[in-house]
Design a protein around this ligand. Structure first.
Ligand code: XMP
Length: 318
């Protein structure tokens, strides 16, 4: 049986032996895997671990600031890089889902490479790869490995990819990563976070991306996610989020006719994201959230709930 404490002790010793006095650079995503990997490496090599946390302008509301502060509070040597504009520029005018993913992946690699270049004598690239990523090496769910693969086909490798790789979680399943995180004293809220896709809100804004659309969706998403938390529903749901649809619908506000955006809410139950069922959220809850969104988020006058399961629908809309 798996014992988190024994694993931690062993992996720290391994990492120390492998890395010695060399430097490691690691990209933090705000997710469980990269965070646990970083805390382990930090315990093994201290400030020789250089973490980079990129704001791609496509994160949830206030996520960049909150998570960056959380990381600093955990004693990680982390640099926050706000590259939002660079991502918006790369996305401008793109409406094809795969083109959007590719643009985001390439922008991420460029930003990370720029940052890694500013560090001297780095020898290793740390990654939060877990066992399911290893088996599913061409990952259908994207993430760093898929990003790197699609870039790989495009041309030469960025410098940071010539580094040797260290993957402390390579043998673990997701629930084991959470248990390890818990034994390391990582905040329960961080360990219990819903999965969030690397391309972020860009694949929940159907069609082209603008900072204005991102701002609207961030507000809607925050109402929904905070509502789930307040009603004790967040932990009963595997993943949830909102989608900004590329259509306007007619509504009425006071005496005025409105013609504004429609958003869809999605909440699913799943174990691994490969299959998923929509969650039967209470009607009362949906009513409250719908009112709160329409009353508080300018530019939205209609809310719908996604009742599609995977397959044949996917969890994300793009
Ligand atoms: P789908 O939409 O394929 O999503 O049912 C399954 C899970 O994967 C996440 N997802 C992604 N994660 N890059 C990622 O890092 C991506 O391009 C991507 N597309 C989907 C999705 O959020 C869900 O958890």
């Amino acid at each position: 049986t798996f014992t988190p404490n024994a694993f931690v002790e062993e992996v720290i010793a391994d990492m120390k032996a492998k890395i010695g006095n060399d430097k490691v650079v690691l990209g933090l995503s705000g997710g469980v895997d990269s965070t646990v990997a970083a805390v382990i490496l930090n315990k093994a090599i201290g400030d020789n671990l250089y973490c980079i946390f990129v704001n791609n302008g496509l994160l949830r509301k206030n996520e960049f600031e909150n998570v960056l502060n959380q990381y600093k509070g955990m004693g990680l040597n982390v640099k926050g890089v706000d590259a939002s504009q660079r991502f918006y520029d790369a996305l401008a005018g793109l409406d094809d889902p795969e083109a959007k993913r590719k643009a985001i992946g390439n922008a991420f690699i460029e930003v990370f490479d720029d940052e890694a270049h500013q560090l001297t004598d780095v020898k290793f690239l740390g990654q939060g790869t877990i066992y399911p990523d290893v088996i599913e090496s061409v990952s259908a769910t994207g993430g760093p490995s898929a990003t790197i693969k699609s870039h790989h086909n495009v041309g030469g490798l960025p410098d940071f990819m010539k580094l040797q790789i260290v993957e402390p979680l390579r043998m673990l399943f997701k629930d084991e990563v959470r248990r390890v995180g818990r034994s390391l004293g990582i905040d329960e809220e961080l360990l219990g976070r819903h999965p969030f896709p690397g391309p972020g809100l860009a694949i929940r804004i159907l069609g082209d991306i603008t900072p204005e659309k991102v701002a609207i969706l961030q507000e809607v998403d925050a109402v929904f996610i905070n509502g789930l938390k307040e009603h004790g529903l967040y932990d009963k749901v595997w993943q949830a989020g909102a989608i900004l649809l590329p259509v306007n619908s007619v509504g009425v506000m006071g005496d005025e006719r409105t013609y504004e955006k429609v958003v869809a809410l999605r909440a699913v139950e799943s174990t691994d994201g490969m299959t998923a069922d929509w969650v039967h959220l209470p009607y009362e809850f949906l009513m409250k959230i719908s009112n709160e969104i329409i009353n508080n988020v300018r530019g939205v006058n209609r809310v719908v709930y996604d009742i599609s399961s995977k397959p044949p629908a996917t969890i994300e809309w793009e």
